[in-house]
Design a protein around this ligand. Structure first.
Ligand code: FE2
Length: 375
């Protein structure tokens, strides 16, 4: 545990120990095609499959992996299902943020006892490869946390899934693990969800950004970063703030029809290489004005990377008292201006790029202007 975590968790009494993110499940309208996109553009590999061939008649799921990251893409096989309703209401989006625990029964008991609304009581899933226990609770909007206990399981993913063999194996882009996942919630709801993550899940507030930290001439938002005891799970929670024009968070809430996951930040060890590969494969990134790079070294001091390379790719830099970080944001990855990805490389810094907020949000406003939503 690092010093900052020791300070915010004075009594190391973690009632919800979490080993890490187990998987993230998206509900999408065409999982087969979405899987091809994530393989081609992001460099994920085929891992597991569940569908008609495995006896699943109501939904089809493709599981993709890259280093420690697992994503599940799920589509309904017929109408009138919870999955179809989710897609109709939200568009393609994230339903499940699954957390890897040693005891899914205790995780459910401890959180529901503290006020969490149950999504799924602890239940066993078994096949010839062993036993998985899963349970779940609701969080913001229609998003849920599923607890996965897999210490007695040796299969490819979960019971019911078979290995997905594919001859199409695009090269990895160097994505390593999920650094943080951000939730957008409604007006005056950030503190409610801060309370939820603190009281129900035992998290603590790592950093708070108020509307003065995160504003431009036109728009504003507020954010609180919540972390679990070992720092492996970080969930910033955003809410809109009053500005002259509509905040990007309001735009998200309108198009997503409520709160939901805004972005997944994925870590890499070589952001220049990762972003080059992703760009070559068709991923679109936000671009900040070139003038950003005229003064960047004055602000962050010496860095290992050549500024020209960062400028060419539109990669942002920020520094805190522990080191620096490099980051870049994709444009929304579906038609609705909702979910996007961040690619981040940490070189010591444990913060979130506060020094880039203004340039970044001006770049987002440019996109909002094109969409006619900066009103
Ligand atoms: Fe982020």
């Amino acid at each position: 545990m690092n010093e900052k975590l020791k300070k915010i968790f004075p009594k190391a009494q973690d009632f919800l120990p979490i080993n890490g993110t187990d998987y993230v499940e998206f509900y999408v309208s065409n999982a087969k095609q979405a899987a091809h996109f994530y393989k081609t553009a992001f460099g994920f590999q085929s891992l597991a499959y569940s569908g008609l061939e495995t006896g699943s008649t109501t939904k089809t799921s493709y599981v993709l992996a890259q280093d420690k990251i697992r994503i599940v893409l799920t589509s309904p096989m017929s109408g009138n299902t919870e999955i179809e309703e989710h897609i109709t209401k939200h568009g393609d989006g994230i339903k499940v943020i699954a957390l890897w625990v040693d005891d899914a029964t205790k995780a459910w008991e401890e959180t529901t006892k503290r006020g969490a609304k149950s999504y799924m009581k602890p239940a066993k899933m078994e096949d010839e490869n062993g036993l998985v226990i899963h349970s779940g609770i609701h969080t913001y909007g229609d998003t849920v946390h599923v607890f996965i206990e897999r210490k007695n399981y040796n299969g490819i993913f979960l019971p019911g899934f078979k290995k997905w063999e594919s001859t199409y194996k695009p090269e990895s882009t160097g994505l390593k693990y999920i650094d943080h996942m951000v939730g957008n919630v409604g007006w005056n709801e950030m503190n409610i969800w801060e309370d939820f993550y603190r009281d129900v899940m035992g998290f603590a507030n790592l950093i708070t950004f108020d509307d003065k930290d995160i504003s431009t001439q036109f728009t504003a938002l507020m954010s609180k970063v919540m972390t679990n005891g070992n720092g492996r799970i970080k969930f910033p929670i955003n809410e809109p703030a009053k500005g002259a024009k509509k905040s990007q968070i309001e735009e998200y809430l309108e198009f997503y029809n409520g709160p939901g996951c805004q972005h997944i930040a994925i870590a890499t060890d070589n952001i220049i290489d990762t972003v080059k590969k992703m760009q070559n494969r068709g991923v679109e990134f936000l671009h900040v004005p070139k003038s950003y790079y005229d003064t960047v070294l004055n602000r962050v001091g010496e860095i290992d990377e050549k500024v020209d390379k960062l400028k060419e790719l539109s990669i942002l830099v920020d520094r805190d008292d522990e080191g620096y970080l490099l980051q870049i944001f994709t444009k929304p990855i579906q038609d609705r201006p909702t979910l996007f990805f961040e690619i981040i490389q940490r070189k010591g810094a444990q913060s979130f790029g506060k020094g880039n907020f203004k340039a970044l949000f001006e770049a987002i406003e440019d996109e909002q202007r094109k969409r006619g939503t900066l009103i």
